[in-house]
Design a binder for this molecule. Sequence first.
Ligand SMILES: [Zn+2]
Length: 194
Amino acid sequence: MKEIKSIAALASRFGTLPGVGRKTALRYAYAVIDMSEQDVDAFCAALREVKSSVKLCAECGNFTDDEVCELCKTRHGKQICVVAYPKDVIAIEKTGAFDGKYHVLHGTLSPMNNRTPDDLNIKSLLGRLNGIDEVIIATNPDVEGEATAVYLARLIKPLGVKVTRIAQGISMGSELEYADAVTLSQALGRRTAL
Ligand SMILES: [Zn+2]
């Protein structure tokens, strides 16, 4: 059977989403055909809305629909926890073990993928260190996460701010967002100086 162009086009769009393979993408496309006109409109509007309203917090770089995010407005501690992605903030918030501020890098250093310090949200971190006692690096315990931690420690320590790394309670190569809350809060509690 000849494929229907519009279905194939929509499936290939769904296929660009993380974790969606060819089969699932096609199932999603068929699901859209079954939707009411209203639901399709709402779906499109939600896509547009998220794209137009969500931006990066001017202070920490986390996603927000305001100029400055809720966490930056309400946290006044002397610790900044540095993470690679907004989803890592959610993972750490779930543990309830941290009540300081965050800083989101939007990636990790990766020579393989040509990601250099200039590609990450690092400069604004240096501007936030006034009154801060400790910067906790909570990047994933993989090669890129480690390289990023070492780079940041070299940058920040000379400024007289303590830099620590969360303990390797989460196994090498695993991701922060998949670590359970207990493991992650233990890793936060048992951190080591860099
Ligand atoms: Zn913020």
